[in-house]
Ligand binder design. Structure first.
Ligand SMILES: *[C@@H]1O[C@H](CO)[C@@H](O)[C@H](O)[C@H]1NC(C)=O
Ligand SMILES: *[C@@H]1O[C@H](CO)[C@@H](O)[C@H](O)[C@H]1NC(C)=O
Length: 370
């Protein structure tokens, strides 16, 4: 990520909000992705954070007319219940539904609007700050079902801009906008940068299963896009640190490496049996190093092969979630294992690991749309 460029952040899979077990995907895009074409008095380009649940649509652009529903303004309920439809008549511009932020998942709003025929959704922020606060509701199996079926684009817009749109709509004006990904990509070569927050933990029940499925399903497209130069992705792994007073406790010892600096929760929530959080941190670190080494050789997409092969060949269930099995995968992919070991450093050393340190720093900027 470069300085001086404003970024918008999108999360895929924000349903699995428990940070350690979630996959979060951020697309780094520039400002000015939403243009108001008419009316004249609010014409111009506005900041927005384009959200897209599923595979992002690169290099596209979509014109539409903004509608602000009279009821169900937060979009948390089915629009059918209010007899509202956003289907545009043939020949008419597609409908962009403006909904207010709050009360339910961002994705549920988009899903409800999509079902009512919307072509895109604009979510009006309800606070004036730029930053969005983090929240962590319980993951919920029912929402996982619809998220994969969301096909329409969505964007979070600033409160002040939303108010201008509402005013124009309520005064009966035709508000035409254009959501443009071509303008939003940060590079003139149309390349989208995105970040994927993930974990190698494969034994946390539903969340881990969803995460693995997501990675598996997205792999093909991700590799094609990466090889084609359309994207530049960076995988990330979340760790936390043990408070200094506890670094010698049993809990920290089993969950952390580098003397309490980098920890992950115990996969089975049982400190005495099976794998420890420490094992997860080490494998996460290995995967980060696989990415670094693969990226240095200009083949970042090999990371996807590694993580999916590792999932298949080295599951915790079969007691193969270990270095030996990982080394087999590394070898089969022709990656330089010495370079990877060097990158991983010594997990027992009482010092910072530069790779994980960087991850913890990046983590500080994580926030979630809700
Ligand atoms: C999502 O799409 C699939 C395939 O079209 C369908 O079988 C499934 O019922 C859909 N899920 C929801 C929640 O609509
Ligand atoms: C991956 O490589 C590209 C250049 O090939 C570089 O710009 C990027 O920063 C690298 N990413 C990481 C995380 O090292």
């Amino acid at each position: 990520m470069r300085m001086g460029v404003s970024k918008a952040t999108i999360f895929l899979g924000f349903l699995y909000l428990s940070l350690f077990q979630s996959v979060l995907c951020r697309f780094v895009v520039e400002k000015n992705s939403l243009r108001v074409v008419s009316p004249d008095d609010i014409k111009g380009t506005y900041d927005s954070a384009i959200g897209n649940f599923g595979i992002p649509q690169y290099g596209g652009s979509l014109p539409g007319t903004v509608v602000y529903p009279k009821e169900n303004r937060k979009g948390c309920r089915n629009f059918d219940d209010f007899g509202t439809s956003f289907k545009s008549k043939s020949g008419a511009m597609p409908t962009f539904v403006l909904v207010d932020r709050g009360d339910c998942f961002f994705a549920l709003k988009v899903w409800n609007a999509q079902n009512a025929g919307a072509a895109a959704v604009l979510v009006a922020d309800d606070v004036d700050e730029r930053l969005i606060t983090m929240d962590s509701p319980e993951a919920d199996g029912s929402s996982a079902k619809y998220i994969e079926n969301i096909t329409i684009p969505s964007a979070l817009i600033e409160k002040s801009f939303a108010e201008k749109l509402k005013k124009a709509v309520s005064s009966g004006e035709m508000v035409n906008v254009n959501l443009d990904w071509r303008e939003s990509v940060p590079h003139p070569d149309d390349r989208v940068e995105y970040e994927l927050w993930t974990s190698s933990n494969d034994e946390c029940g539903f969340k881990c299963d969803m995460l693995m499925k997501y990675v598996k399903d997205f792999k093909g497209a991700a590799q094609i896009l990466e090889k084609g130069g359309y994207t530049q992705f960076t995988p990330h792994y979340i760790t936390w640190y043990c408070p200094q007073a506890f670094t010698v406790s049993k809990q920290c010892k089993s969950q952390c490496i580098n003397h309490g600096r980098y920890c992950a929760p115990d996969p089975e929530q049982d400190f005495s049996s099976g794998y420890d959080g420490k094992d997860v941190v080490i494998e996460n670190l290995r995967q980060l190093c696989v990415f670094k080494v693969a990226n240095e050789t200009k083949k970042p997409w090999v990371w996807w092969d590694y993580v999916t092969d590792f999932q298949i060949r080295c599951p915790m269930k079969e007691k193969k979630y270990n270095k030996e099995c990982a080394d087999g995968v590394i070898k089969s992919l022709g990656l330089d294992s010495r370079k990877i070991e060097k990158c991983m450093g010594d997990p027992n050393a009482d010092e910072d690991n530069p790779v994980l340190k960087e991850e913890q720093d990046a983590q500080a900027s994580l926030f979630i749309f809700l």
